[in-house]
Design a protein around this ligand. Structure first.
Ligand code: AVJ
Length: 328
């Protein structure tokens, strides 16, 4: 019953706005209030995440970069398998820094593959399509902008070659464990026997180290979270006063759940799309994001429970992060 929902649904950019609007309204009308962290990544959010990856506290990227730079050959050789042609599909490719190590090695090895990065951010896909063929001459690349499974289906419709799916950066941790398991089941359904997945997972570790990564001194994580409120203001004609929300990260060493909240510092009202009014009480929270941490055993269990066979494990020297290879 929104005005937005009555705008032109055939215009893909409008459709996206409507989906965003509906999710925001549903989330903010729920008890407790929540927003979906997949919406963090507009152009501004992409930039903030880049900054965050360079911050001293945010370790997952450094750990996985170490794995990809130090163990490139072992990882690539495991993925090449019998040397047949394959599609290398990356879910949530971002700036593809980690995968670039792999791509470079595969090109040197004259492996027969096409790289299909999938990302929710249009900016990311436009950037990869433009820059990767320059930095990696000879690379066959088809960037796909959209939701993971929609784009996996699309990838399958343009090619029937063996698939190797990269899901790095502990993006899998952005779901509660049961959703992650459901996600892996769904992923398995999109694959055929012999296809592979390379999954990056952040491991449980010193709780102080984990919490600091989501509470950096410079306040980048805080701005990263507040940017979603600003994005709602920009794209959905809304009036969040971001100075009246505080970033509150938590880490539970028992469950491995690292969660972030925005806490309203006052009783306040926000108008979304000029018509829907959302009331916040002082100290009321918006649940923003989960970044689940796993044990090595859990990583194996998730594979086995979702129809995969775990066949390889790669760690950084600190053993803070795992890249696991699973065969469908
Ligand atoms: C990109 C989802 C892996 O959860 O660690 C970083 C995003 N959020 N700091 C993560 C994020 C806050 C990141 N992932």
């Amino acid at each position: 019953d929104s005005t937005l929902a009555h705008t032109d649904l055939n215009d893909p950019s409008k459709t996206k706005t409507v989906l965003f609007y509906n999710d925001v309204i549903t989330g903010l009308k729920s008890t407790p209030k929540r927003l979906n962290s997949k919406y963090f990544y507009d152009a501004n959010g992409d930039k903030l995440f880049q900054e965050l990856m360079n911050s001293p506290e945010y370790y997952p990227t450094d750990c996985e970069l170490e794995i990809f730079s130090e163990k490139t050959a072992e990882i690539a050789d495991a993925l090449i398998a019998d040397g047949d042609a394959f599609d290398l599909i990356e879910l949530g490719a971002g700036d593809a820094t980690k995968s670039t190590y792999l791509l470079k090695y595969l090109l040197e090895k004259k492996a027969d593959f096409t790289y299909l990065p999938i990302d929710i951010s249009e900016n990311v896909i436009a950037y990869l399509n433009m820059t990767l063929p320059v930095t990696l001459p000879g690379l066959q690349i088809t960037g796909l902008n959209g939701e993971y499974f929609h784009m996996l289906t699309k990838a399958a419709s343009i090619s029937s070659r063996r698939k190797v799916v990269l899901f790095l950066g502990s993006n899998i941790g952005n779901m509660p464990i049961n959703d992650a398991i459901e996600f892996c089941r769904e992923l398995r359904k999109h694959l055929s026997p012999g296809d592979m997945a390379l999954i990056g997972m952040d491991l449980k570790k010193d709780p102080k180290v984990v919490l600091a990564a989501y509470n950096d001194k410079e306040g980048i994580t805080k701005r990263f979270n507040l940017n979603l409120l600003e994005r709602i203001n920009r794209e959905l004609n809304s009036n969040f006063d971001v100075s009246k929300f505080e970033h509150y990260p938590t880490y539970d060493p028992e469950t491995g759940a690292c969660k972030s909240y925005l806490i309203s510092t006052a009783d306040q009202r926000v108008t979304i799309n000029g018509k829907e009014t959302i009331a916040f009480l002082k100290d009321e929270y918006i649940y923003m994001e989960i970044s689940q941490k796993f044990t090595i055993m859990q990583a194996d269990q998730i594979a086995i429970n979702t129809g995969f066979v775990p066949v390889g494990q790669f760690f950084d020297t600190k053993k803070w992060f795992i890249d696991a290879i699973w065969v469908a």
